[in-house]
Ligand binder design. Structure first.
Ligand code: KG4
Ligand code: ZN
Length: 343
């Protein structure tokens, strides 16, 4: 089965084709960083317009790519939610229209399920049950994955998502959008001993997170010091150290609590190499194993949506959410991950 995947929930248009026999055939991305950078964050209306401009040429290139050779897919998977409504509508309406025109089934995919399954695109893939730390610009959650489609959210952020905290802290330090890579880059020149940020919610039990206080801590630290290049680097270092250590502490708790031996790290912040270093050390001490998507599949992409669609439609069964020839479709700006069910 060959599935065309379309991702348009935020500021990246991603298109890919996954083949159940041959694996990932082709994937392409149109990034909108240039569009949003001057505003210091994603402008939803501009994101939707950029998706409209990019999506059809991108699908055309992917279909015509020599790896697919113009072949019509057997099904289409598009991101149904959660995300920006206007952005989601572009991918959903194009995906749905193409499926109708080609007479093939289509299925709406949960964006975070896409992130969660992204490590399965790699040769050394995890098998449920496992713990997933999903850390993106919009979400931060620890999930107990009993099987594909059966997810229990063990903890999540009470305020800012981890990526959001990176983006906001970068902005107040005068670093460019997106803030994650910018802070990570600045932190390379930072010194370890100068500032120490709190590790929020680690001194009480539980698996929830709170990152908005760190952003405020960064703001007051910036205000109390001359914001020269070295100070920016030192704040970036202390901030990154605090976020990654906090995430690692909660991952340890989740692994110990559930006794799972596999940990998946996914979502944009999962690209952070300091976080990966700390997680690798953690799993070594617990005799567990960590799985990461390749860097380009940590952030938003079409490959994870094509893969999730394929897993849900594969073999003899068809997911109850799959639609053929129905005109109606929906998008969901909000969509709790634990409301999903197995295919
Ligand atoms: O998963 P993603 O592409 O989009 C959402 O679904 O939100 O994640 C984007 C987030 C942004 O907040 C970005 O700053 C963060 O991931 N990010 C990083 C890194 N690369 C991207 N955060 C920390 N370190 C990185 N290397
Ligand atoms: Zn995402």
């Amino acid at each position: 089965m060959r599935v065309l995947g379309i991702e348009s929930s935020c500021d990246d248009t991603g298109v890919a084709i996954y083949d159940s026999g041959k694996g990932l055939l082709v994937h392409r991305l149109a990034s909108q960083i240039d569009t949003h950078q001057k505003y210091g964050g994603v402008v939803p209306e501009l994101a939707a317009r950029d998706h409209i401009r990019s999506i059809v040429p991108l699908i055309d290139r992917v279909i015509r790519d020599p790896a697919n050779n113009g072949q019509r897919p057997d099904a289409i998977a598009y991101t149904e939610g959660p995300g920006l409504a206007g952005a989601l509508l572009v991918g959903a309406s194009v995906g749905k229209s193409l499926a109708m025109a080609w007479g093939i089934p289509s299925i709406g995919i949960h964006h975070m399920e896409g992130h969660l399954l992204a490590p399965m695109l790699e040769a050394d893939a995890p098998e449920p049950p496992f713990i997933a730390l999903l850390v993106s610009g919009g979400h931060t959650m620890l999930v107990d994955v009993q099987e594909i489609g059966r997810y229990t959210v063990l903890g999540q952020t009470l305020d800012d998502a981890a990526g959001e905290a990176f983006d906001k802290t970068a902005k107040l330090l005068g670093l460019p959008y997106p803030g994650g890579p910018a802070i990570a880059g600045a932190a390379l020149k930072g010194s370890a001993g100068r500032f120490r940020f709190p590790r929020p919610m680690t001194n009480r039990p539980g698996l929830d997170f709170s990152f908005s206080g760190l952003k405020t801590f960064a703001l007051t630290t910036a205000q109390d010091n001359d914001l020269d290049q070295q100070t920016i680097a030192d704040i970036a270092y202390a901030f990154e150290d605090a976020v990654t250590e906090t995430l690692t502490i909660k991952c340890k708790r989740a692994l110990v609590q559930t006794n799972h031996k596999q940990l998946v790290i996914a979502g944009g912040v999962g690209a952070n190499s300091v976080l990966r270093g700390k997680i690798d050390t953690l799993v070594n001490t617990l005799d567990a194993k960590a799985y990461y998507p390749r860097i380009e599949f940590c952030t938003d992409n079409g490959a994870m949506i094509a893969y999730a669609g394929c897993r849900r439609l594969q073999d003899s069964f068809v997911d109850t959410r799959a639609e053929t020839n129905a005109m109606a479709f929906s998008i969901r700006a909000r969509w709790p991950l634990d409301s999903l069910s197995p295919p």
